[in-house]
Design a protein around this ligand. Structure first.
Ligand code: UDP
Length: 482
């Protein structure tokens, strides 16, 4: 793919600012008012179960805080692997499920994500069921369970124990909608996608081309189809509803489609990191806060932030091209080069020879950044991202345009929406090559379309900040009706 020129008329129509602000509710709702409104729920307990990865734990804990702030008691069941830091959330109850040690497929850096998720589901089912059953035996009044949307085995287990269960989708409504469609597309012979059909629109998912569907390169297609089918089947069979970390105005038609398809409610409770009063979320790595002082020394909107999230990795060749592309672009940049970024090797990858000297005056490399603060910093102009959903949403909420480099899974869908639905980003291109990288970076930072893209990003930010907690309140009413 080459960098794509974006035409304004194809993008989501952003309603006028005055209307948005009129609808805006305070983000931090007075606790006492809601605690009073929620008193009747205080003794009822919600049990949450996050998938033990960075991009899943944070939104689940943000949801936990929102539910607790409205008077519900919250227990977080969790694995010992990547366990959340209970001390940061004293108002929540944390209970380990005591899984036997995970097989290597779950914990190894190099394992593909489908194998990882299948193994994780298999390993968690019995210990999750036992932990939940133990809460019930202990007389806890469990109103419902909310489990991560990829944990089909936990969803099934809760349902079998007679506990109403919902799933939290930590990806977008568009992604979830494409997962629900996936088994149909497979039956119709559309997936696995043939090379010559990659640019065809996907039946019933008109905003996506075949190449934008969830994929995991190098992973067995049957395993991927099987995993998605399990997720979709479990939701149909066992979920009372779906909770999604998105907001209505960004994904209204995708949300409506999900509700139609499942005939049960979908609650767009996001952006969770904006609405929740959770402490800055726990990071699986220690952030290098020195980069904020470095940003302080830069003029407004002058720095490109580069990060491919917590899991994605690139091969050494692509990494080297990224580096020299950044050097050639001439822009100032802050780059997260974390352990595992190259080829899944657990160390921080060495930079190409001569690179540090070349960019000494305008490049800063860290192994983990306080990302939300970086995106909110005035010096940050744009974000070169893998389009994990949290990163995408965080960028949207700060009005930061994106250079998209999706690597696998839902990142393809998110990238397509960023560039072609919301019009707030450009593609870096499928082939990572220094000349193309430099061109794409320059285009995003200073090219003809840059100002328009920044304008659209700003309007999307306004919509995000106008998202209210009403869907959370509806969710709580719904839970009390189960
Ligand atoms: N993140 C961070 N510092 C970094 C890189 C990532 O704090 O240097 C956070 C980021 O803010 C986001 C999460 O890690 O909340 C990554 O989640 P995402 O869904 O974007 O990607 P994933 O890591 O799941 O692929």
């Amino acid at each position: 793919m080459d960098c794509v020129c974006i035409e304004a008329h194809t993008f989501l129509q952003i309603p006028s600012l005055s209307v948005d602000l009129a609808l805006q509710q305070p983000r931090s709702i007075g606790k006492s008012r809601w605690a009073m409104a929620g008193q009747e729920h205080r003794c009822r307990r919600i049990v949450l179960f996050p998938l033990p990865f960075q991009g899943h734990i944070s939104p689940m804990l943000q949801l936990a805080e929102l539910l607790h702030a409205r008077g519900l008691a919250v227990t977080v069941l969790h694995t010992g692997f990547n366990a959340p830091d209970a001390t940061r959330h004293p108002e929540l109850t944390f209970v380990p499920i005591h899984e036997s040690s995970f097989p290597d497929e779950v914990t190894s850096l190099g394992t593909d994500i489908v194998t990882q998720l299948l193994a994780l589901n298999a390993a968690c089912e019995a210990p999750f069921r036992e932990a939940l059953a133990s809460l019930l035996r202990g007389g806890q009044d469990v109103a419902c369970a909310v489990v991560d949307g990829q944990c089909y085995s936990a969803l099934r287990a809760a349902h079998r124990l007679g506990v109403p269960a919902l799933v939290l989708r930590t990806d977008s409504a568009a992604t979830f909608s494409s997962m629900l469609a996936y088994p149909r597309l497979r039956d119709a012979g559309f997936v696995p996608v043939k090379e010559e059909r990659l640019d065809e629109p996907v039946p019933d998912l008109e905003r996506l081309r075949a190449r934008d569907l969830i994929r995991v390169d190098g992973s067995d297609t049957d395993a991927l189809c099987g995993f998605i089918a399990r997720v979709a089947d479990a939701v149909r069979a066992s979920a009372s509803g779906v909770v999604i970390n998105t907001f209505e105005r960004m994904e209204a038609s995708e949300l409506a489609k999900i509700q139609r398809e499942l005939s049960r409610p979908a609650f767009a409770v996001g952006p969770l990191h904006l609405l929740s009063q959770a402490p800055a979320e726990q990071s699986l790595h220690a952030p290098d806060r020195g980069c904020l002082a470095w940003l302080d020394d830069h003029p407004p909107r002058s720095v490109l932030y580069v990060s491919l999230g917590s899991v994605a990795c690139v091969d050494r060749g692509a990494f080297v091209e990224m580096a020299w592309g950044l050097a050639r672009s001439g822009v100032s940049f802050l780059w997260v080069v974390r352990p595992g970024l190259v080829g899944g090797v657990p160390e921080v990858p060495p930079l190409p020879d001569g690179f540090s000297e070349e960019v000494r005056n305008r490049g800063k490399i860290v192994s983990w950044a306080p990302q939300r603060e970086v995106l909110a910093h005035a010096a940050t102009a744009a974000f070169w991202t893998h389009c994990g959903w949290n990163s995408t949403l965080e960028s949207v909420c700060e009005g930061v345009p994106m250079l998209v480099q999706p690597c696998f899974a839902d990142q393809m869908v998110n990238a397509r929406y960023v560039t072609h639905e919301w019009g707030v980003g450009l593609e870096v291109g499928e082939e990572i090559e220094r000349g193309r990288v430099a061109m794409a970076v320059t285009k995003l930072m200073t090219g003809e379309d840059a100002a328009q893209m920044r304008g659209r990003a700003y309007h999307l930010k306004i919509l995000a900040s106008a998202a209210t907690s009403l869907p959370i309140d509806s969710l709580i009413h719904y839970i009390s009706s189960l």
